[in-house]
Design a binder for this molecule. Structure first.
Ligand code: SF4
Ligand code: SF4
Length: 197
């Protein structure tokens, strides 16, 4: 009983200490965490839940409780692929993809490294699509390994894939690369594209 009581006290302390953080996330994401009644439909429909450290339902519960550190260090926010399955299933119309995006930004602003490699991979992927009109797999892998200083990561897989024609040494350009560049420019104008290197 004493242990339960001390846990309650520390949860209340986290909420009081991080009330400003909760309000900031609410304002920036457009999500009112109080609307969630923890039915779990979001987690049940999430295609990447199997790889997450916290289920989408738990993410919003952690926000309700003011668990700032845990939220900003969670792998889940970086694994979310913005597919909006949770949003369409939620009986309370809670925009979890927007919440995840806001938490990713906050995590980077706070210098937390959990998602740095995932962000690096995402940035290089976007750069590749922007440059060639489609992803150049070999360039993406080499660029990622160089920038993340894992020089020989997956090297043993690369040669068989090259020899079987699964990946190409040179990039393939699409016929109308300008159209893709215009899409990127419009997305960045609308602040949807994020930072593309
Ligand atoms: S589906 Fe909506 S209400 Fe249910 S747990 Fe998820 S966010 Fe909360
Ligand atoms: S938007 Fe993110 S959290 Fe929601 S279902 Fe898709 S991957 Fe899961």
């Amino acid at each position: 009983m004493e242990k339960v009581r001390s846990n309650l006290i520390s949860l209340n302390a986290a909420y009081a200490e991080n009330r400003g953080f909760i309000e900031e996330i609410r304002r920036e994401s457009g999500v009112n965490e109080k609307d969630c009644y923890q039915c779990g439909k979001c987690s049940a429909g999430c295609p990447v839940a199997f790889a997450m450290d916290y289920m989408p339902r738990q993410v919003i519960r952690m926000l309700q409780l003011g668990m700032k550190e845990e939220l900003l260090r969670a792998r889940t926010i970086w694994l979310c692929v913005n597919c909006v399955a949770c949003y369409t299933r939620c009986p309370q119309n809670i925009d979890l993809p927007s919440l995840m995006e806001t938490l990713r930004k906050k995590s980077l602003e706070n210098g937390i490294s959990t998602g740095k490699q995932i962000k690096l991979f995402g940035d290089l992927f976007l750069w590749s699509v922007k440059t060639f009109g489609r992803v150049f797999e070999l360039g993406l892998i080499l660029g990622f390994n160089l920038k993340s200083k894992q020089f020989f990561k997956d090297a043993m897989l690369g040669l068989p894939m090259l020899s079987r024609g699964k990946i190409s040494i040179l990039p393939h350009k699409i016929s109308d690369g300008g159209a893709v560049k215009r899409i990127f420019a419009r997305a960045q104008e609308a602040e949807l594209g994020g930072d593309v290197p």
